[in-house]
Ligand binder design. Structure first.
Ligand code: KIV
Length: 263
């Protein structure tokens, strides 16, 4: 049985950290779920780590559906989130179409959209239609050409904007939030303000859970690996052990260490 949203929320209420990891195919999804990862994210990071693009922007909806199908064939235990690719949420109609395909054809349990104010109407409508939605604030890889890969929320104005947008996403119906590369104190404040699980990446250890890109935590990323990532394969010696170590490190609060925080 795959984990349900209500089980994940219960775990957070009981102060258990949620472990999330990206996956893009059936074999990895199988071993990731077997290791006890709670949430698998079929991230559009696949554009970079699988397809070899410089950014996530070229990934198509067909490709997201294809990878989500593969992941869900291998995953029988974890909750599965699939990313809406760049521009799939440009209009309400296109967001509904993309979310429908990711759930009906891909078998995703939840869809993720990047952005704050701009995506509130999409979040509200999808949620009203029974689609579980995960928000994504902070560093937004789909907006990298405009803003770059920068820590977000460092000054008071942008920190306040992130606090407001996080609350607005929850009010619009988001059931989970990914916070990427925001200072750890701000991530802690956002997490404390919300009742939905907040999954951090490069945002310190005070969030409800952690997510990493699979290739980063296995030391397989070609080129620059984010400095907040940890190579669990080097430490564990096998992929299965690396996955088990990652799960244990997040559950026990050993990952991320202050050293691995981006802020
Ligand atoms: O696409 C992805 O893998 C993501 C993570 C970086 C959170 O959105």
């Amino acid at each position: 049985m795959r984990k349900t949203l209500s089980q994940l929320k219960k775990m957070v209420q009981l102060d258990e950290k949620l472990v999330c990891l990206t996956a893009y195919d059936a074999s990895f999804a199988h071993w990731i779920a077997e290791a006890g990862v709670d949430v698998i994210l079929v991230g559009d990071s696949l554009g970079m780590v699988v397809q070899g693009h410089a950014t996530t922007l070229p990934v198509s909806l067909d490709e997201m559906v294809y990878h989500t199908q593969m992941v869900q064939r291998g995953n029988h235990k974890a909750w599965c989130i699939a990313d809406l690719p760049f521009m799939a949420d440009a209009t309400l109609d296109s967001a509904l179409h993309a979310a429908g395909r990711l759930m009906k054809e891909g078998g995703a349990n939840m869809v993720k959209l990047e952005g704050g104010q701009r995506v509130l109407p999409m979040v509200e409508t999808l949620s009203a239609m029974g689609v579980p939605v995960c928000g994504h604030l902070g560093l937004l890889p789909q907006s990298v050409e405009k803003y770059g890969y920068q820590v977000q929320g460092k000054d008071q104005t942008s920190a306040e904007r992130l606090l407001e947008e996080a609350a607005a996403l929850q009010t619009a119906g988001a059931e989970m939030l990914v916070l990427e590369c925001v200072p750890s104190a701000l991530a802690a404040e956002i997490t404390a303000n919300l009742s939905i699980p907040v999954i951090g990446i490069g945002s310190g250890k005070e969030t409800s859970g952690q997510v990493l890109v699979l290739h980063d935590m296995l030391g397989l990323t070609v080129g620059k690996t984010p400095k907040f990532a940890q190579n669990f394969l080097q430490e564990g010696g096998s992929i299965q052990q690396a996955l088990a170590d990652y799960v244990a490190a997040v559950k026990q609060g050993h990952f991320p260490q202050a050293l691995h925080e981006m802020a």
